[in-house]
Design a protein around this ligand. Structure first.
Ligand SMILES: NC(=O)c1ccc[n+]([C@@H]2O[C@H](COP(=O)([O-])OP(=O)(O)OC[C@H]3O[C@@H](n4cnc5c(N)ncnc54)[C@H](OP(=O)(O)O)[C@@H]3O)[C@@H](O)[C@H]2O)c1
Length: 241
């Protein structure tokens, strides 16, 4: 075992995201996929129904920095609804993207097999934020929903959705913000290139979701530990495929 005490210089969230070199893109006709999650010491992904109380300002900076760098933000319908997605980037991040000739916001993509989309979530009525819904069944966006296209993909398969993002939207990098159901689907299909897992110094217990839900993964898949950082008592773990 090695101690974590490293006299090296501090790394900012911005530097960590830059080090991912997202612009390099993915492989096999799909974008690069970086998954990001936060969990308590005992693996819980929520406190009182959301992830906010697990957070730290550096974790917020990492999440927003990853969003700002990626071409696309992918989240399951459960996460978009539960976390009340809205105002995904700060003003300076939007300005920096535009100055670089990119859209102010990443494309926001989600998947649903049932066609149940949390349309009432504010992001769906934010003008100028493009949304792409992959649904297993035909769905129609209700009035008030803006800049949203729906693509029907049988079974709402994650691989097919990523391939479509690449082919139809030119997406090279995806920040996947979970949740536990979608992250499991991506891992089951070997679609996660990097996992940024923040460990919050809380012991939560109870029946809330853990980082992954659903049936046990075959193998199980194993990732390499690329980096470990800390901010106060939060640990930032970077795993790679
Ligand atoms: N700690 C964290 O970092 C973090 C991050 C994100 C979310 N969360 C928390 O996680 C909870 C939400 O969990 P969740 O599992 O419902 O969220 P989720 O993974 O965001 O959404 C799950 C939904 O995605 C849809 N889906 C479409 N294709 C799928 C596929 N191939 N495999 C699995 N799901 C697919 C399903 O909808 P259909 O049933 O319509 O198919 C499913 O119900 C919330 O409490 C949220 O706060 C925590």
């Amino acid at each position: 075992m090695r101690p974590l005490r490293d006299p090296g210089a501090d790394v900012t969230a911005e530097e960590l995201v830059r080090g991912l070199r997202l612009a390099a893109g993915g492989r096999g006709g799909r974008p690069r996929v970086v998954a990001i999650m936060i969990a308590s010491v005992d693996g819980r992904a929520t406190v009182e129904g959301g992830s906010t109380k697990l957070g730290h300002r550096e974790d917020r900076a990492l999440l927003r920095g990853l969003r700002a760098a990626a071409d696309c933000l992918l989240a399951g319908t459960g996460t978009i609804g539960a976390e009340g997605y809205a105002r995904l980037l700060d003003a300076d991040q939007r300005a920096a993207r535009e100055a670089a000739g990119r859209p102010a916001h990443p494309l926001v993509a989600t998947l649903t097999r049932s066609g149940e989309v949390p349309w009432e979530t504010p992001v769906f009525s934010e003008a100028g934020v493009r949304k792409q819904v992959y649904s297993g069944v035909p769905v129609t966006a209700p009035a008030g929903v803006t800049d949203t296209t729906v693509e029907v993909i049988p079974g709402a398969g994650a691989r097919a959705a990523l391939e479509h993002l690449h082919a139809a939207h030119g997406i090279r990098s995806v920040a996947c913000e979970g949740g536990p159901g979608l992250l499991r689907a991506l891992l089951a299909d070997d679609l996660v290139d990097d996992l940024l897992l923040t460990l919050a110094p809380l012991l939560v217990g109870g029946e809330g979701p853990t980082s992954l839900s659903g049936p046990a993964l075959e193998g199980p898949p194993r990732m390499g530990l690329h980096d470990v950082l800390r901010a106060d008592d939060h640990l930032f773990l970077h795993y790679t495929r």
